[in-house]
Ligand binder design. Structure first.
Ligand code: ADP
Ligand code: MG
Length: 367
């Protein structure tokens, strides 16, 4: 059995607020799992139920072999790191890290050994005598992680632990958490609303929306094979472009027709789209799969779309182009060297091997 298992877990808060619905997940020993989703989708509730801070309305939670639904938090062998650090202001860093062990009546020498070791791992040995108000945000976050490490828990839970840090520090801490996971070989469940963070940290990502799991997969699969329009739009920056239109047939060939433009559907996708012929579908293409025709040798004429450039957003190594094809606006991500100006007309090429189609009603991926 997995280290942590959630079986059909549902949480309904008083007032009939459905926060989590039929959540099924197995986390293996030593695995790093990220729960990803927009604010309010039920991430913290899920984590708090695993920690025992929130009662489960329906379903079962196992840690190891043990059903823990009725086990109090302190007996679950779990450590949780929160977004707001929650350090004790009047205690030193050392005391903050030692506190949990003291409560559990560990011998002094063992406490000292563990605190020194954790401080060493986190590079905060020189800060042990300081109080939280004398620390930067990043240092406070390290202490909060240190407090979890000294416990040597079976499972670490992280609830958006980096969201109070500035962008640069976030990236740095991300790398450190990765290393920490490798070093401790611990089971970790990490919650975030930030898809970049999820993609760089997670071996396995659980995408949630409105309390329900949408897809569980590795970063590569989420990006390339999203199961529905929500996942497709949530993973990737700038997000996937969605364009409404119809599947049509002309001279024996299948096309996507937006009303403004038509692009030819590749043969491999036709079997999936047969039932949608002459019907409305949602077409999806990522900004990185739209190219400036100038830079494509032998662009297939049926994949070329005429657009007007509305906004040019230089990002350094790349440029975001906000394009308009008449009724539709969409974004292309092109190389930073490209000389494109606002207001100019442009021919762009759609990489039709990379596009997706979604059912308009169910929003499930057709192909
Ligand atoms: N204590 C509570 N009482 C009632 N509703 C709550 C409570 N905590 C969270 N909720 C609701 O449950 C849903 C999920 O919240 P939460 O798990 O905090 O989401 P997330 O962490 O993904 O932002 C939200 O609609 C939120 O308003
Ligand atoms: Mg939350």
């Amino acid at each position: 059995m997995a280290q942590v298992s959630l079986v059909k877990v549902t949480k309904i808060y008083p007032g009939d607020v459905l926060a989590v619905k039929d959540f099924n997940l197995g986390v293996e020993h030593g695995e790093f799992v990220v729960i990803l989703g927009p604010s309010g989708c039920g991430k913290s509730t899920t984590l708090r139920m695993i920690a025992g801070l929130e009662e489960v309305t329906e379903g079962e939670i196992y840690i190891g072999e043990k059903l823990v639904n009725d086990v109090p938090p302190k007996d679950r062998d779990i450590a949780m790191v929160f977004q707001n650090y929650a350090l004790y202001p009047h205690m030193t860093v050392y005391e903050n890290m030692a506190f949990g062990l003291r409560l559990r009546k560990y011998p002094k020498s063992e406490i000292d050994k563990r605190v020194q070791e954790a401080a060493e791992i986190l590079g905060i040995s020189h800060l042990l005598k300081r109080r939280p108000k004398e620390l930067s945000g990043g240092e406070k976050q390290r202490v909060a992680v240190g407090r979890a490490i000294v416990r040597k828990p079976l499972v670490f839970l992280f609830d958006e632990p980096l969201s109070n840090l500035d962008a640069k520090l976030r990236v740095q801490m991300r790398t450190e958490l990765n290393k920490l996971h490798k070093r401790l070989q611990a089971t970790m469940i990490y919650v975030t609303h930030d898809q970049m963070e999820a993609m760089t940290l997670g071996e396995k990502i659980v995408v949630m929306k409105d309390g329900r799991i949408q897809q569980i997969a590795d970063p590569h699969t989420l990006y390339n094979r999203p199961v529905n329009k929500f996942v497709a739009g949530f993973i990737g920056t700038p997000p996937m472009n969605f364009i409404e239109g119809k599947v049509i047939k002309k001279d024996g060939k299948f096309y996507f027709d937006s009303g403004d433009f038509q692009v030819k559907i590749i043969d491999e996708m036709i079997p999936y789209l047969k039932d949608y012929l002459w019907k409305e579908v949602m077409f999806g293409i990522r900004p990185e799969d739209i190219y400036d025709k100038l830079f494509v040798s032998e662009a297939p004429p049926e994949n070329i779309v005429n657009v007007n450039v509305e906004v040019v957003e230089p990002m350094g190594s790349e440029v975001y182009l906000y394009l308009n094809s008449g009724k539709y606006s969409f974004i292309a991500k092109v190389a930073g060297q490209e000389q494109v100006e606002t207001g100019q007309d442009l021919e762009v090429v759609f990489d039709m091997s990379r596009v997706h189609f979604f059912d308009k009603l169910t929003e499930k991926t057709i192909v």
